[in-house]
Design a protein around this ligand. Structure first.
Ligand code: NDP
Length: 247
């Protein structure tokens, strides 16, 4: 079919808000079957219901990406229900920024668990299937923070640099299986992302920054749709985008 999105089975982690939710909406509108994972089941279930009512195909499953078994279950349900998996979008992430000297070690661990290990678990869950299918597309969400580091964003940036390293290595390894690997690196997009910041001064700064610069989440959804809609022999390796006004 013409858009190369219609009929594709697309699993999205972190689909309960922000970028994941926006991607689910646009891809469903374009005819994809979307399988939604997040911890807040109420939200993903009502999104799945809404997309189904609008004529789409969608299902939701409670998924904590820090638990490999849960990620595997999400992917396995997609395959049991729809027979295949075409695209995995490893989008779940959080950004509790603070200076290193604040020693927010629990938050460092949480970012490493969700932003890095969560992405690796998503890859592990789909790789055997995509290898067998000899087709597939893995999309990992990095950030402008995966390209540059600033005070307060050290651990977050480290996780997003890691996502880029993982995706680029994956891209090279999966060539024999006809699997595409795409990094999406957004700048400031208006979502609930700043809500996880517990350091007050950092929260104030980031909220002010987002209020000034952030663009709607549909920008991300269009970038994802662009990458997926390319002919199968074209792999968009990375899309880096910012609000036009963002420094
Ligand atoms: P939101 O806070 O709006 O969404 C984050 C999503 O991640 C939620 O759906 C949340 O679902 C999910 N999530 C968090 N922890 C877990 C977990 N343990 N298991 C499963 N899901 C989890 O922020 P965004 O939409 O902005 O963030 C999405 C991605 O985009 C992140 O990786 C972020 O780093 C990245 N990004 C965002 C930018 C922005 O400016 N907004 C810029 C660059 C990158 P739930 O809580 O229900 O589990």
């Amino acid at each position: 079919n013409s858009n190369n999105i219609e009929g594709k089975v697309i699993v999205i982690t972190g689909a309960s808000s922000g970028l994941g939710e926006a991607a689910a909406r646009l891809l469903s509108k374009e005819g994809a079957i979307v399988v939604l994972g997040a911890r807040r089941t109420g939200r993903i279930q009502s999104l799945a219901d809404e997309l189904t009512t609008a004529g789409g195909k969608a299902l939701a499953l409670e998924t904590d990406v820090t638990d490999y078994e849960q990620v595997k279950k999400l992917v396995d349900i997609a395959i049991q229900t729809y027979g295949r998996i075409d695209v995995m979008i490893n989008n779940a992430g959080l950004m509790p920024q603070s200076l290193l000297e604040k020693l927010k070690i629990d938050e460092w661990n949480q970012m490493i668990d969700v932003n890095i290990k969560g992405v690796l678990y998503g890859i592990a869950a789909v790789l055997p299937h995509m290898k067998a299918q000899k087709a597939g597309h893995i999309i990992n969400v990095s950030s402008v923070a995966g390209h540059r580091v600033g005070p307060g964003s050290v651990v977050y940036s480290a996780t997003k640099y890691a996502v880029r390293a993982i995706s680029e290595g994956l891209r090279q390894e999966v060539k024999p299986y006809n699997v595409r690997s795409t990094i999406i690196s957004p700048g400031a997009v208006a979502t609930e992302l700043p809500n996880t910041i517990t350091d007050e001064e950092t929260a104030q700064n980031i909220n002010a920054f987002y209020e000034q610069y952030a663009i709607p989440a549909d920008s991300f959804a269009r970038a994802v749709a662009f990458a997926i809609s390319q002919p199968e022999d074209v792999d968009i390796n990375e899309i880096l985008f910012r609000p036009t006004s963002q420094k």
